[in-house]
Ligand binder design. Structure first.
Ligand code: ADP
Ligand code: ASP
Ligand code: MG
Length: 417
């Protein structure tokens, strides 16, 4: 049954409510989450809740794995890090029961939320909804442990950092929810991270596409995959505060936004590392020779620049990888030194990628120029540039993160009055 069929029939409105780490940080917060959920239940809605681990818990669990073995078994990593969500989903169910709400917890394997076997960054393959439908009909609230699923070999998997957002959107798609509310510690999506730019403005609406770019370029308010999934299944996502009672930001189709800004946001990512290979041969097949082994090692390369050859025979190649892949990337490149015949391998982790994003870029010229000028005025050197239809990214030295983001926020007229 489609959402509209359900709405027109006698079925109740179905909502998914996801609460992030700070929203379930302690018992008081969990009680207040339960009270917030009860309001929706009392309003006659069918509710599925998705919770993260208490804030700080996942970091601690990750650190413990690294402490025992830096290159630990990914399956056991998942067994460890999934435990944070198990605690909060049980506690939230208890808190709801204490308020007289019929509630039951669900771990990933119980639902089941079936994923592939990419431990540590698994993708959701399917979610069974029949049992949940039955429970909803009995008036029961389902409380899910976010971030986790079950792989093809019946082992626990996790969906990558920030993955509870994806759990929530996937559940919303599976149960054909009318809304998916993502409760967090800010009251919506802002023009940039409000923690580093005080003048950032809250957006009432943002398009799926822009949100996707913002997330993938570093705005961690939503996990990138959750936005991909919302876009694909047309899930109505709202980002809002669990601390204040007010409307948040709706993620919507482009047609729903009347006034399109040229630039709608600025994002930054410190998760970048720059690698330069000097004096590689300037002939066909060299790029394939460099990036092939990296791809084989499952390392994603992001920005790439190849200089023009000065001597006609050799050139420099610069590119970026995520900090997490950095050590492995260096190892792979050193391993192919003989076949690639580069002179030096220069690497730099002290970089940040700053990006401006906006669907208005499609139809307007001069956006990039404004970015370069604003950075030049602050004396910030641009190391690498990359562009796509609705974004421009530059790589700069990490110490300029705040300065660059603030300068660009002002340059595009995004500062709050
Ligand atoms: P949760 O634990 O609820 O999942 P996260 O810490 O993952 O919360 O995401 C919320 C944080 O995202 C905010 O505290 C904020 O600092 C950060 N953030 C980065 N960019 C943005 C943005 N453009 N708008 C809102 N928040 C942002
Ligand atoms: N607890 C997990 C993390 O910290 C998942 C999440 O919070 O979304 O990454
Ligand atoms: Mg998060």
């Amino acid at each position: 049954m489609s959402v509209s069929e359900r709405q027109s029939g006698s079925r109740k409105t179905r909502i998914v409510m996801k609460f992030g780490g700070t929203s379930v940080a302690n018992i008081e917060r969990i009680k207040s989450v339960a009270a917030r959920v009860k309001r929706e239940v009392d309003a006659g809605h069918e509710v599925a809740v998705v919770v993260s681990a208490m804030s700080g818990v996942t970091n601690q669990l990750v650190d413990w794995c690294k402490e025992i073995a830096p290159l630990h078994d990914a399956r056991e990593y998942d067994t460890v890090v999934a435990s944070g969500e198990q605690v909060t989903c049980g506690l939230t169910a208890i808190a709801l029961q204490e308020l007289g709400v019929n509630a039951r917890s669900w771990l990933g394997w119980q639902a089941p939320i079936v994923t592939d076997d990419a431990h540590g960054k698994a993708r959701i393959v399917s979610i069974a909804s029949e049992e949940l439908d039955k429970r909803f009909a009995q008036g029961q609230v389902a409380v899910f442990a976010g971030f986790q699923g079950v792989g093809p070999d019946n082992r626990v998997t996790t969906l990558g950092r920030g993955g509870s957002d994806t759990s929530a959107v996937a559940i919303a798609a599976a149960i054909k929810a009318d809304r998916c509310d993502i409760f967090t510690d800010v009251d919506g999506v802002y023009t940039t991270d409000p923690r580093i730019v005080a003048k950032a403005q809250k957006l009432d609406k943002i398009t799926y596409e822009e949100m996707l770019e913002m997330a993938s370029l570093g705005a961690k308010v939503l996990q990138t995959r959750s936005v991909e999934m919302a876009m694909k299944h047309r899930v109505r996502v709202q980002v809002l505060s669990s601390f204040e009672d007010k409307p948040g930001t709706l993620v919507v189709d482009e047609e729903e936004i009347m006034e399109k800004e040229l630039v709608s946001g600025i994002a930054y990512s410190r998760d970048e590392a720059k690698i330069t290979l000097t004096r590689v041969a300037d002939r066909p097949g060299v790029a394939a020779g460099i990036f092939g082994p990296l791809t084989d090692a499952n390392i994603n390369v992001d920005m790439i620049v190849q200089n023009i050859s000065e001597d006609g025979a050799t050139t420099d190649m610069t590119f970026t990888v995520s900090k997490g892949d950095y050590d492995r990337a260096l190892k792979v490149l050193e391993g192919s030194r003989n076949t690639l015949e580069f002179k030096d391998l220069i690497s730099d982790k002290n970089v940040v990628k700053v990006s401006v994003i906006g669907v208005g870029m499609r139809s307007h010229a001069g956006i990039a120029q404004r970015m370069f000028k604003a950075l030049a005025e602050k004396g910030i050197n641009i190391q690498v540039i990359s562009t796509s239809e609705i974004k421009i990214s530059v790589l700069v030295a990490e110490e300029y993160t705040e300065l660059a983001v603030r300068a660009l926020h002002s340059a595009y007229g995004l500062d709050a009055a």
